[in-house]
Design a protein around this ligand. Structure first.
Ligand SMILES: [Ca+2]
Length: 146
């Protein structure tokens, strides 16, 4: 009994210092087509890490896509056909799976022309204009495109 106490204390200590461990789940981006290929509408040249979150870097409050994904429980045909951001384009079409046949681990039908399914691009207001972001923070993007 006494020999297991240090192991138990160490295990509990590790668990308590890892607050996300209890809430961890498979990466959301692995559960949607092109999950690592969704452009950030506010930061040209970058992809969105938190497709289902208001914060493009992930975490924090979910956006309408994230809320709907949680309710759907995964990439279903109904969720694929839904238009969670109300821009007239289905989630599947925005994420390269217009026929709603993608399953995790597959390459989607399209890997280019991807748009954000949680941002109605004409209505979503960026913290500051994307062109300003490019000037202030995206020098490498500007130089790579020249
Ligand atoms: Ca849409």
């Amino acid at each position: 009994m006494t020999s297991t106490l240090p192991l138990l204390v160490t295990t509990v200590s590790v668990l308590l210092t890892q607050p996300n461990l209890a809430n961890s789940y498979p990466a959301g981006r692995d559960r949607i087509p092109n999950g690592y290929n969704v452009p950030d509408p506010c930061r040209p040249g970058r992809t969105t890490q938190g497709v289902g979150h208001e914060n493009p870097d992930g975490g924090g409050p979910r956006n309408m896509f994230g809320d709907a994904f949680l309710i759907a429980g995964g990439w279903t045909v109904a969720f694929c056909n839904a238009d969670t951001d109300g821009d007239g384009v289905s989630n599947g079409a925005e994420l390269g799976d217009p026929n709603c046949v993608w399953t995790p681990g597959q390459v989607p039908e399209f890997t280019t022309g991807i748009s954000h399914p949680g941002r109605h691009n004409t209505e979503y207001q960026c913290p500051f204009p994307p062109w300003l972001w490019s000037i202030l923070f995206g020098w490498s993007v500007i130089f790579e495109s020249v």
